[in-house]
Structure formats: C-alpha cells, structure tokens
Design a protein around this ligand. Structure first.
Ligand code: SF4
Length: 330
C-alpha cells in the first residue's frame, strides 16, 4: 500500500475539547493528521475536522480523505515548539469536573504509530510535564514503551485501545495496528515499570458475547487499569461503508439507527453483567452516544456524559464516591 506522507504546520496545537463528556480530557493535541493504522471502524475520517480539510488534503495528494483513511500521514514537526509558546502565554487553564484539566494525545491520530509521531509525542509530553499539566496517552502502538522514563509519572496515564483479546478478529478489523496480544503484553510491561494505566475497550464488534466479556475482563484486570472505557462499534454512515469495503459483513445487521441502538443497549447490559461477575463494575466508564437519546433513559445518559472517571489524579483523590448513585442499564 502506498502511503502519502509529509509534514504540516498548525497555528495552535493545544485545542480545547468536549471529550470531558467521555471523561477523557479538557484539551487535545494531535501530533499528525491521518493515521497509518487505518482501522476500518475509525470515526476520525467522518468528523467535521477531516471534512473541512478536504480541499487542503486534496492539494497534498489525498483524493478521498474519508475512504483513503490509513493511506496518508502528515506530521506536525513544529508542534513541540508551538506548544511551548502556547503554554508560556496561557493565562487561564480550562478545567471541568469530568475533564480534570487533562490533555489527551491524541484524539484524531495515534501518538505512537511510528517513530516520527513517537518523537513528536515525546517532546510534547516533556513540555506539558514541564508546565505541570496532566497528560493522557491513548494509543494502539507499542513505541510508548521506549518513553517509560517520562511516562512513569503521577501526572501521566497511558491507555491502549483493546476491544477484545482475539488476534484473528483483530486482523480483520484493525489490520494495520499491533495485535491485541502484543498490546496486552505492552500494558503488562508498563504495569511492571509503575505506569498509571487505563484501557479503552473500544469499539467492540457485534459478535462479542457475555462470555467473551467475562474472559476479557478476567485477563485485563491483570494489568490493574484504573478505568476501563467502553463503547460498541458504530457501523452507521461512512464508518459502515469503510467496514463493508473491508469485507466486514457482520456489521450489516447494525447499520440503521434503530438496530444499532438496540445492539448498543444489549452489549452494554452484557458488559455490565460481566463486570459485576468479575468484580470491577466501579472501574467501568461507559461512552453512550448522543444518538441513544430516546432509546435510553435520559438520566442514565446524562450520568455518563458528566461523570468523572474513577481515576485518582492528585487534586481529586477525595472526590465524592459516586458508586452508590450509579444507574444500571440492566
Ligand atoms: S489508531 Fe485510532 S486514530 Fe488511528 S485509525 Fe485506529 S482508531 Fe483511528
């Protein structure tokens, strides 16, 4: 496969983010545009950011930024320098109860997909830590293990997306990223080194059952994640088209809003049951889609959209225990 590669400049690498609604952060930094992992389900190419950049990406040689996702990567080489100036001049730091003022790397690409992105990520993390900011890494790559000297820090948490522990299934759905068995091993290594960790159990495909979730949680608890985020695969719109183009016919039954919502709720119930039986319910953090409105009680949706995670960043260690107020989907 030919990859269109290059570099690009952006004015301000530190962007305010609404991902506090997922309990993730208040700011995001993206070290590149495009992502060579090219996961078939990736929601990034369907976002307005990519749609708005269509003419710009065409000029750079990308014909169809949505369907060609995975085949282009433009690195933001001057990002660490720009980040430093932005942090020096910043007077007010935005901090919500659920976002906790955290900076996420990355929301629209993988920070550790290759050496070039890993180099920029390392410099960005060093800069953020120098300015006493909290950092959340989210990756499917393994190169973060080279940065344990800076990532083992109370102000950093490292998370990997591991939707299942099945390498064969992974080769169909996310063939460009390291298989889940290697991601799991990387997290074990991070745990041994003393890294704060979390897992994104996302996105889970429709064939995952209650038994699969129980097996998964039993195993993943070995790495002692502080929180486990969860959402199922979204097979609507362009995402669905890309998955069908990759031969993933198993998504056909969940391509309409109604069938998708029904499936979402069924898997949510199974995931909570599995967590109950493995004793880790309090560590789950559900990511319910806005479009579940009308399908799920609004109180349950709002609970998850505004709930801080169970993670213990220093200033929040004494926060009110919300476990007893937790509504159940089952
Ligand atoms: S690693 Fe993340 S950003 Fe990259 S293609 Fe996969 S889901 Fe998208």
């Amino acid at each position: 496969m030919t990859i269109t590669q290059g570099s690009e400049n952006i004015a301000n690498p530190l962007q305010k983010s609404a991902l506090y609604k997922k309990g993730l952060c208040d700011y995001v930094i993206n070290v590149a545009s495009g992502c060579i992992h090219g996961c078939t389900f990736c929601y990034v190419p369907s976002t307005p950011v990519i749609r708005a950049r269509q003419p710009y990406l065409k000029d750079k040689g990308v014909n169809d930024p949505q369907m060609d996702w995975g085949k282009y990567l433009f690195i933001r080489k001057d990002l660490p320098e720009k980040l430093e100036s932005s942090l020096v001049s910043k007077r007010v730091w935005h901090e919500t109860p659920a976002g906790k003022g955290v900076v996420l790397l990355c929301s629209g690409t993988d920070p550790y997909q290759n050496k070039q992105t890993a180099d920029i990520t390392r410099m960005a993390v060093e800069t953020l830590l120098k300015h006493n900011k909290r950092v959340r890494i989210l990756t499917r790559g393994l190169l973060w293990l080279n940065d344990l000297d800076i990532l083992v820090n109370p102000n950093v948490t490292v998370g990997m997306s591991i939707p299942y522990l099945n390498d064969t299934l992974s080769r169909q759905i996310e063939p460009g990223s390291p298989p889940p068995s290697l991601r799991f091993k990387a997290l074990l290594e991070g745990r041994k080194a003393g890294c704060r960790l979390y897992v994104a159990v996302a996105p889970t495909p429709p064939q995952i059952t209650l038994e699969d979730f129980i097996f998964y949680l039993d195993k993943i608890l070995e790495i002692e994640p502080e929180v486990m985020f969860w959402e199922p695969i979204n097979a609507r719109g362009t995402n669905g088209k890309r998955m069908l183009a990759a031969g993933l016919d198993f998504i056909k039954p969940i391509m309409t809003k109604k069938t998708w919502a029904k499936h979402f709720i069924e898997q949510w119930e199974a995931f909570e049951k599995a967590a109950n039986s493995t004793g880790c319910l309090e560590r789950l953090h559900i990511w319910p889609d806005q479009e579940l409105t009308g399908f799920v009680d609004s109180k349950i949706l709002e609970y998850w959209w505004y709930k801080p995670t169970s993670e213990h960043w220093s200033d929040y260690e004494n926060q009110e225990d919300l476990t007893n107020l937790r509504p159940s989907i089952t």
